[in-house]
Design a protein around this ligand. Sequence first.
Ligand SMILES: Nc1ncnc2c1ncn2[C@@H]1O[C@H](COP(=O)(O)OP(=O)(O)O)[C@@H](O)[C@H]1O
Ligand SMILES: [Mg+2]
Length: 360
Amino acid sequence: MKIGIIGAGQLGRMLALSGYPLGQEFLFLDPSPDAPGGHVGPILHGDFDDAAKLKELASKVDLITFDVENVPVDAIREIAKTTPFLPQPDALGTSQDRLAEKTLFRSLKIPTPEFHAVDSLADLENAVAKVGLPGILKTRRLGYDGRGQFRLRSPADVEAAWAALGSVPLIYEAFVNFGREVSVIGVRSTRGEIRIYPLSANTHEDGILRYSLAPYRNAGLQKQAETYLKRVFKRFDYAGILTIEFFVTKGRLIANEMAPRVHNSGHWTIEGAATSQFENHVRAILGLPLGSTAAIGHSGMVNFIGTMPQLEAVLSIPGAHFHGYGKAPRPNRKIGHCTVTAASPAARDKAVKRVLKTTA
Ligand SMILES: Nc1ncnc2c1ncn2[C@@H]1O[C@H](COP(=O)(O)OP(=O)(O)O)[C@@H](O)[C@H]1O
Ligand SMILES: [Mg+2]
């Protein structure tokens, strides 16, 4: 089969790298001539909102998936009429809009921070009055890695927040004083088979994922996360990998956002699980039997953000696996990651500390 991937970023590149051993072929669509995926497969050059290019991609492949979320859903619905598009365009459309996403969670009885839509300064004042402070004002669309967010601590911040973000539709939500953040990643195939990875504990800095530790063992939270994930699977008759990010507070999960795709907090599964999230995504959309999602030992994944550490320094750390994405270094840009695998949480934590040092 030839699989089209919209977006040739590192996620698309790792998808292709996991799909070649299964005998699959890939064709990327990306505007950038030096996108990471282009080093491992052919790229069709074009913008994600170029309807003609999307059609051309559809005509050249058997099936389409994506590594970016910001693709116009109306154009996708058009091409999905002739070429299977997975995960489902409805799931993609919901995840593109934080208001639609949180409204979906609410309708599925998945707890979220209290939230309100904000389209005017008066809306923001009302939302702050209802939800309280501190809170976060976010753009409904196009935010990632903490971009498009403004934290409000006091009523005096309202005007600055509005001035910073007020030109687009917004959502105001309560600030959750979380003990930790976790994510659950699961996969459902077109045949309805479901497998779910153990939870990953995620640490963000400035809104960007810095490192993940997995498995995060907590039987109660694992079960709760799986229940929530399955509700979303069911709602969309979903196929592919699905991620939900949560805050943990008072022993409960509060959903923050979902991603209908492979996720940065699941990169540890390449070396740390029986089957990686990337391979299981390919298997799922092709309707193949899914692989085991069991963890092998204890893993830690550290992102390389802005600068690349020395390859030699990283590889001298026991159990370290280096992944460079072939991207030019730029501040706040994810350009690679390292996963360490170890036999015990203590050995894993020690290795993660060493990796973090190489990036300091
Ligand atoms: N309501 C909130 N309460 C507390 N922290 C938050 C909240 N929303 C976001 N954050 C912090 O900012 C990070 C990024 O926000 P998120 O909503 O996940 O956006 P992005 O799409 O940029 O990942 C979160 O992982 C969390 O650390
Ligand atoms: Mg996030």
